[in-house]
Every structure is written in C-alpha cells, then in structure tokens.
Ligand binder design. Structure first.
Ligand code: HEM
Length: 508
C-alpha cells in the first residue's frame, strides 16, 4: 500500500472522527439528537431526513441498462432540483449544509453518500458499509425519481431501471421512510397545513418516531396504527407507500420488523453504491487502526526542520509510542527518536452503532532535525498496555516522507492575501513549482486551483535549501509541489486545518 492515500484517509476521517478532537463537520448536522434542520430553522423538519432523501433522489436516475445516472451529485444542479420529481427545498438545503465538507479528494458525491450514512448511523440505525471514490457529474442526469401519484407498475419499473427488485423496492422505501415525513409546503395535496408554530411547514411524520431510524415504519404499518401520510393519506392516489408495501401481499413487510437493521444496512449501502459505470468504488472503508495524520517537515529557519504530526490510535491507549526516523541517507541512530505525547483532551469517538469505541490521538513532541541530516522515513514502536510491543512501519518499508519541498513556519495571513513561504532543496532542479488550493465552483463542486510559482529573483541558499514565496487569495487545503522533470514532490494534504495547524498565523 502506498502511504499516504489521501482518498482513504479522508473517507476514514469523515466516517469515524465524529465527536471530540479533530471531528469533521457532517456530524454537527445531526446535533442535537437528530433534530437539527439546516441553519437551525424551526420547520418540523430535520437534516437527517433531507440527507437520506437527497441520496435516494440523486441515485434514482440510474439506468442499469447503460450504466448512466446514479449517485454522482447531479442533484446539486438547479435543473434537477426544479423537476416535479424533486419537489421541495431539501436537496438545496442538503447541498448547502454538506458541501463545505468536501474537498479535492472527498467528492461531493462521496459526501452525499457519507451524509446519508452519517444520518442513519447517528440517528439510531445500523452501521452501513461505506465505499468511496464517487465522481461528481458535470451535468444533470435524465429524470427518473418515482413520484407518489404514480401507479405500482410504474414504481416497479422505475426501481427495476435503478437495479432493484420488487422486494428491494419495498424494503428500501420502508428504510427511507423510517425518518422524516411529508410536508404541506411541498405536497399540499397529501397533508394539510399546520398552525403549529414549531411545525410551520406542516410536516407529518411517516411513523411515530420521526427522528429515529427504527422499525416503527414497518410495525405500525403491520399493526394498523400507522399515520403514514403515504399509506393512510386522505388522497388515495398518492398513497404510494401503501401500494408498495402491499404489492406482494405484505410478504416482505411482515419480515421487516425482525430484519430491519440488517436489510436496511444492505439496501442503503447498495443504494449509495449505485454509481455511473465509469466509477470504481474503493473497498469498504475499515477504520485505520494506527493512523499517522498531518505528518510533515516544516522549515523553521536556522538550518532546522521541524517534524510535526500526530497519530490516531483506534480504541487503545498504548503505554508508549516512539517515533523513529531514518536520515536522508537512510542511516538510523538511537538518537533519531522521540516519544509521542497524549494530551487527554485529544480524544475522539467514532459514534459507531452498537459499539463504544474511543480513539486517542498522540502528538509528536517538538522535534528539530538539522536540514543537512534531514529524514527519509518514519516508523513507530508501540508498547501496548499489556506489555507487548509492535512495530508500525508499513510492513518494513517505513512511512516515506519527502524533504524536497516544505512549508515554512513564516507562512502567514495578511488582510489581503496569504503569504505562502516555503523551502525547496537546493540540490534539485525545479522544472515547475506550483501551489494547489481547493475552491468550489458555482455549483458547489470542489475543484482545485493551481497557481504557478515563479522562482525567487535573488535566490540564496540557506542550509541546503532555497526559500520561495507566493501570495495566494486562499490557503484552503494548501499543498505545494515541485516537478523535477522525472518526479513530482508534494507537501502533505492536511484534510482538517492549514499546514501549520488549525489556522494560519497572522502576518506581523
Ligand atoms: C416510490 C418510492 C418513493 C416515493 C413515491 C417517495 C415519496 C416521498 C414523498 C412524497 C415524500 C415527502 C417529501 C416532502 O414532503 O418533502 C418523501 C419523503 C422522504 N423520502 Fe421518499 N419516496 C419513495 C422512496 C424513498 C426511498 C427509497 C427513500 C430512501 C431510501 C426515501 C427517503 C425519504 C425520506 C428520508 C423522506 C423524508 C424527507 C423529509 O422529511 O423532509 N424515499 N418521499
């Protein structure tokens, strides 16, 4: 395995860093207790419901015959949102809330799938196997989302086009309609207006636990107490859940109370893994048990490089973790080592269904290395709480770290721009030097901005490095790269925060 793998690292962080230290931003949408809606607007509605529905409507354009459509973030286009099959503002709300989480490695489509998984897992549902690698569509897909006034034949045909059988259709609709409901503001023919101040949009939940992902959607349907507006609605034309649930004489539904969690995990995973045929998804993302994060060299002047970073240790608190490095020339030495520290506040929680896992983060202490000695790779020696030891070195290879290009600690933010300062090793011949930052296009798709950097006009070599500078409008997910003709070296992608910490210092 090559390290780092930014896609896997980002997917792991968004899936598992849900609470506490370094938490990612999607889980905030589920707080408190899955009742949050958009920017905390009272509406009787929830983000959880919007995010699950958005993933379905993005996917439901899939055509299994030719592999087009599917979950590809095309739901972000106004053209799709304006279609009658996408009634309501839930898709826009979803994209506005979740898109800041995406970046050059974590596509908006992966974020939509992650938002659905986050909502289900954090609101009482099962763990859903998550894969990443989706690609954001550049144009809208053909229409194809089922609508409540359509016939059961049309629904069966629609789900078949999406790759789902009749039993899948029954199950998937029950799973989706475990959370949320129908709003008068979007579907005035289905539910009545409300004069309740806390429910101005006239939301009527599908089951009695509208913010909980549980099997009540099925049990209440079966025992006849259901108030589901798509089952017992005043207008029988739009009772699509009734026609769907009943379409095999309740054979499938009668099994659902018992198999709800496992079947929903399977069907919702298949739903978000329904992607255009060009896309190859990753394997299911398993937690990285020993995860070095933000490991990099920083130019600090005076002929010194600072080695910074941290390690997330999954569900364990080892007695001691020692980082060891090899010099640029491959030499090791007992002095090339340091013990990591654990600050007790640097604890996080993946909030995984049915488990109580806690993760500890260990920080590199202040480590200065002379720039002539430098380093080429790292390994870690872990002394476990039970006295056993383990070496973490990627199977002997070590974690490789380049020392050709690095950010300088004098990089800072001025009122007008970001002054990015960096060092390039003087013994290499740069063919091209450039900075990459993230931005969003006008449809909120994450894109990369590349800025070419001109060589310094008066290059001076300090302790084997030349100092460079470029002014950028933004430093969002800044990385710096140098192309030497044969090889490109790039500074690490820091998924959460700037290369110098949570935020860049202000220029003096
Ligand atoms: C034939 C199939 C389906 C039809 C006709 C249908 C129809 C509807 C309708 C009319 C609403 C009300 C939307 C609003 O008022 O904003 C709704 C809400 C919802 N649907 Fe479906 N749906 C179907 C299948 C699914 C599936 C497969 C899922 C996901 C797996 C899903 C997830 C949701 C969710 C979470 C909501 C709640 C949204 C909210 O509370 O704002 N639906 N659906």
């Amino acid at each position: 395995a090559t390290w780092p793998n930014h896609l896997i690292d980002e997917l792991d962080a968004n899936l598992y860093d849900r609470r506490g230290y370094k938490l990612r931003s999607l889980p905030a949408g589920m707080s408190p207790r899955c009742t949050r809606f958009a920017g905390n607007i009272p509406g009787g509605r929830t983000n959880a419901a919007d995010w699950i529905r958005a993933a379905f409507h993005d996917m439901a354009t899939y055509n299994i015959a030719d592999g087009t459509g599917g979950l590809d973030a095309s739901i972000r286009f106004p053209e799709e949102q304006n279609r009658p099959e996408n009634t309501g503002d839930g898709f826009m709300n979803t994209i506005i809330f979740i898109s800041p989480s995406s970046n050059r490695y974590f596509s908006l489509a992966d974020t939509i799938a992650m938002a659905m998984v986050t909502a289900v897992e954090m609101c009482g549902g099962p763990k859903i196997p998550y894969r990443g690698g989706r690609i954001d569509a550049l144009q809208p897909n053909s229409p194809g989302v089922p609508e409540p006034q359509q016939s059961i034949e049309e629904h069966i045909a629609s789900f078949a086009r999406q790759g789902f059988t009749k039993a899948d259709m029954i199950g998937l609709t029950a799973c989706g309609h475990s959370i949320g409901g129908v709003q008068n503001i979007a579907f005035p023919d289905i539910v009545p207006p409300s004069s309740d101040q806390s429910n101005p949009q006239g939301n009527v939940n599908f089951d009695s636990t509208g913010v909980l992902f549980d099997n009540k959607i099925a049990t209440e349907y079966l025992d006849g107490t259901t108030q589901n507006p798509l089952v017992v609605g005043r207008n029988s034309t739009t009772n699509s859940d009734f026609r769907i649930f009943n379409s095999d004489n309740n054979v499938t539904m009668s099994k659902y109370p018992a198999v709800f969690r496992s079947k929903c995990a399977e069907l919702l995973a298949r739903m978000v893994d329904t992607v255009p045929k060009e896309v190859t998804l990753t394997d299911v993302i398993q937690p990285i048990l020993f995860k070095p994060v933000g490991v990099q060299l920083i130019w600090v002047g005076g002929g010194n490089l600072a080695l910074t970073g941290e390690v997330r240790v999954w569900n364990a608190l080892p007695s001691r973790v020692t980082v060891k490095w090899k010099a640029r020339d491959g030499r090791s030495d007992p002095a090339f080592s340091a013990v990591l520290k654990h600050d007790t506040s640097h604890t996080s929680d993946p909030l995984m269904p049915d488990s109580t896992i806690t993760n500890r983060w260990l920080d590199f202490p202040s480590i200065l290395i002379s720039s002539t000695q430098s380093l080429s790779s790292l390994s870690f020696e872990v002394l476990n709480a039970d006295g056993t030891t383990k070496v973490e070195d990627l199977g002997g290879a070590g974690y490789p770290l380049q020392d050709v290009i690095m950010v300088a600690n004098t990089t800072c933010m001025s009122p007008t721009d970001v002054k990015v300062r960096f060092a390039i090793r003087a013994d290499i011949q740069p063919i091209r030097v450039y900075a990459k930052t993230d931005m969003f296009d006008e449809t909120r798709r994450p894109t990369v901005v590349t800025t070419e950097v001109a060589p310094p006009s008066n290059p001076t070599i300090v302790a084997g490095y030349t100092l460079w500078e470029v002014a950028l409008m933004s430093a969002s997910h800044l990385t710096l790269a140098v192309d030497t003709g044969g090889k490109t070296y790039e500074t690490p992608f820091i998924g959460n925060g700037s290369p110098l910490g949570p935020s860049l210092p202000k220029c003096p």
